[in-house]
Design a protein around this ligand. Structure first.
Ligand code: BTN
Length: 270
């Protein structure tokens, strides 16, 4: 008989499908939690090994970038966080969110060949210009000799409707394919792809991550506007790539500048 964890994602199935060495090998599946990122950070600070996975069926205080709330219908989606203990220098930490986005894009593209997952800098997942998922990387022990990072991933899988305020901007795999997806299988793929791409970071100092990431990056070589969320300022320029820290490179007139935060808008839909 199949053992189903309280979260609805099958622990036995995950274990069977998992082709990883570290990611998802130790898990906490929870029916409900405030935020899987907070839970994973505490667990990490208390010694959880790299790859420890916290997955919740429902988050009551799910967080997004810029202190936004992450809302997902319980029992339908993937909301999980991984503990990371990078053995490379902090100058490469900017690659981690990009690696996660590249891995999720790769997993979805492989599982659903008719879909074309794209990435909106820094690490939003889009399908048909609508948001399918988001990634939140947090460092809890910056400056410590061996910092703990948490990578939180929220992916809209089987949700069939969204609250009115985001309905025009959000999508799910169910809405794009018309079929419910097996969340456990998808999770196993994402963990495997993420582990491989994450492990390449120290080997080539992020070159592979950037190459895979750029293949799916929306707006590359196009005119875009970056809104600085806190100051309210906006800059417009041609997107020329991402630097070795994950910063967005914009060509603004004769000058190239790099930005480390902000919200992009595109001048033509892609
Ligand atoms: C964003 O697009 O703003 C990032 C959203 C990240 C959401 C995920 S869901 C799992 C993990 N736990 C959280 O509280 N946030 C992340």
């Amino acid at each position: 008989m199949e053992i189903v964890s309280p979260s609805g994602v099958s622990a036995a199935q995950l274990d069977r499908l998992l082709g990883t060495l570290r990611f998802g090998r130790i898990t906490r599946f929870l029916p409900e939690i405030g935020s899987t990122n907070s839970e994973a950070a505490t667990w990490g600070e208390n010694g959880a090994p790299e790859g420890a996975l916290v997955l919740a069926e429902r988050q009551t205080r799910g967080r997004g970038r810029f202190d936004r709330t992450w809302v997902a219908e319980p029992g339908k989606n993937l909301t999980f966080s991984l503990v990371l203990r990078p053995r490379f220098g902090a100058e490469l930490f900017g690659m981690i969110g990009l690696a996660a986005a590249a891995a999720v894009g790769r997993s979805i593209g492989a599982r659903f060949p008719r879909l074309d997952p794209r990435i909106k800098w820094p690490n939003d997942l889009l399908l048909n210009s609508r948001k399918l998922g988001g990634i939140l990387v947090e460092t809890r022990t910056a400056g410590a000799p061996h910092p703990v990072l948490v990578v939180g991933i929220g992916l809209n899988v089987n949700q069939s409707a969204f609250p009115e305020q985001i309905a025009g901007r959000a999508t799910s795999l169910f809405l794009e394919t018309g079929h419910e997806a097996d969340r456990t299988e998808l999770l196993a793929r994402i963990l495997a792809d993420f582990e491989v791409i994450y492990d390449s970071i120290p080997t080539d100092r992020g070159a592979n991550v950037r190459a895979v990431y750029l293949e799916r990056l929306v707006g590359l070589h196009e005119e875009v506007t970056l809104h600085q969320v806190h100051s309210g300022d906006a800059v417009t320029g041609r997107m020329v790539g991402v630097d070795e820290h994950g910063g967005l490179r914009l060509q603004i007139g004769d000058e190239e500048r790099t930005f480390h935060a902000g919200e992009l808008t595109f001048h033509r839909s892609s």
